[in-house]
Design a protein around this ligand. Structure first.
Ligand code: 6GU
Length: 236
């Protein structure tokens, strides 16, 4: 999979070179390129924003640097119409299902906006060349799309075959098929500062352990995520 990210703070994306995704790039399972939007400006101040028509607070990102950056990316795309993901709190809420869906794409492009957003005409132009998806991490506001892009790239990248060494660790996770949160886990020592590992986990009875874990998942989901629990009941 190829991933391009356009940002005025390319250093934010440096973390993509670490850990699992860093290894995946060395193994050529992923190719991630980060581009500085200011490289597509021509004035002395490398201006990417301007005041909003109609007035109001803040600044708006100019469309032309975006089009120039994205056109350069289109030239090297392995596909006719790559997916353009625009992180924005006004987007569709990102989910594990969206991550799975995107993980099958050959080419993802992230456009990380700042300020009050990007001139709306950029989106009209982009629709001619990309499958555009506006995506939000949830109902809160970040200063820009970079941190959201990092989160989405990590969620998507780890689903690309080969990126996670043991594919079984993708199965039993929170927010996978079953719609339940993960069960609690413990390691040695069996007694720590007066807190003990539940006896059942030391019993060696694998059927009982599996049943206990399922019950823990149900209890946690009911308590912490009544929304998920209700959805699951409605599905049954
Ligand atoms: Cl995707 N972007 C920004 N700027 N803020 C957010 C977000 C995205 N998701 C939640 N808050």
């Amino acid at each position: 999979m190829r991933i391009d990210v356009v940002s005025i703070f390319p250093e934010y994306l440096g973390a993509l070179g670490l850990s699992l995704l860093g290894k995946a790039q060395k193994a050529e399972l992923l190719e991630i390129r980060v581009h500085d939007l200011r490289d597509y400006t021509f004035d002395r101040h490398r201006t990417v924003d301007d005041t909003p028509y109609g007035g109001g607070a803040g600044m708006v990102m100019k469309p032309e640097p975006w089009a120039l950056a994205l056109e350069e990316i289109l030239e090297v795309s392995p596909v006719e119409k790559p997916v353009l993901i625009v992180p924005t709190p006004s987007g569709e809420v990102f989910s594990q299902a969206a991550a799975h869906d995107m993980s099958t794409s050959e080419h993802l492009v992230f456009a990380c906006g700042r300020y009050e957003g990007i001139d709306e005409r950029m989106f009209h132009w982009a629709l001619e060349h990309f499958e555009v998806r506006l995506m939000s991490l949830g109902d809160y506001v970040l200063n820009g799309g970079e941190v959201a892009a990092l989160a989405m790239i990590e969620a998507i990248g780890r689903l690309v075959p080969g990126v996670v060494g043991n594919p079984e660790s993708l199965v039993e996770e929170s927010h996978s098929d079953e719609g339940l949160l993960e069960y609690p886990v413990y390691t040695k020592p069996s007694s720590w500062r007066g807190y003990d590992v539940p006896d059942i986990l030391l019993s060696g009875d694998h059927a009982k352990i599996a049943a206990w874990r399922k019950e823990q998942q149900a209890e946690r989901t009911r308590e912490r995520r009544p929304d998920l629990w209700t959805r699951r009941q409605d599905m049954a």
